[in-house]
Design a protein around this ligand. Structure first.
Ligand SMILES: [Zn+2]
Length: 293
């Protein structure tokens, strides 16, 4: 039970139909506009819970389920967020979730758990959640919402059906293609000319675009790690074809890939923070070349 979609409105066509079509499951919805995602998710939940579903809208807005959802008081919808005064979702929050998961729905057909800002799950909370994500009991739907799946543990991501909600902020196809072609050159240490050009290009394009390239690069390394761990291709996060990723991954060990994810994140942090882009990129390219066998 997995899927990966891209581009705007995927949540409309897919989350609704998919989440409604199943009795249980785990979903990871990612996109930059949290408010918009949550609004769509809530509409999906209304469609699921409404006891007088109307074909045109998917929910009636007037039955007791719809009314309770509108008021935020439906007993079968749970929100999990970092507690007041805390920046992380803790294991205690997940223990509570698991207790509730094991109880039957009060009045709807299913129970929905929405984990907001799922990147805030700390490691022990994330680990405590894995089994439930993997096999939610009948009638339980878990929905993790995050700005970027790259901020979550791969073990969490791999257990969810992924829905990307990129909206307009994701850039045009041309932007993506350009970014993809740049990413490949990072791995081409046998072509010093191309790498030199990459270094020059990254030094001259806008900072934000460099950050985009680095974000894709993190996804590429994550996917390479997934390949090493023998995950299914449908869970991949980057835009590179699986074959390309497999090719890349052959030249790196798991330890190297983990180290390089840290290096790329570090470079991204520096570039975001006004560091000299060329220098940061030069270091990064050299580190990747050195790790590649
Ligand atoms: Zn209703």
């Amino acid at each position: 039970m997995c899927l990966s979609l891209e581009k705007s409105d995927s949540i409309d066509v897919c989350a609704t139909e998919l989440i409604r079509g199943i009795q249980s499951g785990s979903f990871l919805i990612e996109g930059p506009d949290k408010e918009k995602i949550l609004k769509k998710v809530l509409e999906t939940v209304k469609g699921l819970f409404c006891s007088v579903v109307q074909e045109s809208t998917g929910y009636c807005q007037s039955c007791s389920d719809c009314q309770m959802l509108a008021k935020g008081s439906h007993p079968d919808l749970y929100w999990i967020r970092a507690g007041a005064g805390s920046s992380v979702i803790k294991i205690e929050d997940i223990r509570l979730l698991k207790e509730r998961v094991s109880v039957k729905p009060f009045q709807a057909k299913s129970k929905i758990f929405i984990i907001e800002k799922a990147e805030r799950l700390n490691v022990s909370a994330a680990n405590a959640l894995l089994k439930t994500l993997e096999e939610p009991p009948q009638g339980v739907v878990l929905i993790l919402v995050t700005a970027s799946a790259s901020q979550l543990l791969p073990t969490v991501v791999s257990r969810c059906a992924r829905i990307r909600f990129s909206q307009d902020a994701g850039g045009s196809d041309a932007d993506f293609e350009e970014r993809d072609s740049l990413v490949e050159v990072f791995f081409d240490k046998n072509d010093p000319g191309a790498q030199r050009k990459l270094y020059e290009e990254l030094g001259s394009i806008e900072r934000k675009q460099v950050v985009d390239v680095l974000t894709e690069l993190v996804c590429v390394f994550r996917d390479m790690l997934m390949i090493k761990l023998e995950a299914e291709a449908v869970n991949f996060m980057s835009r590179q074809p699986p074959q390309t990723l497999r090719g890349f991954s052959q030249n790196f060990s798991i330890a190297d890939i983990e180290m390089l994810i840290d290096e790329v994140l570090r470079a991204k942090y520096y570039v975001n923070g006004n560091a000299n882009t060329k220098l940061s990129m030069d270091l990064l390219i050299k580190t990747i070349n050195k790790s590649s066998s």
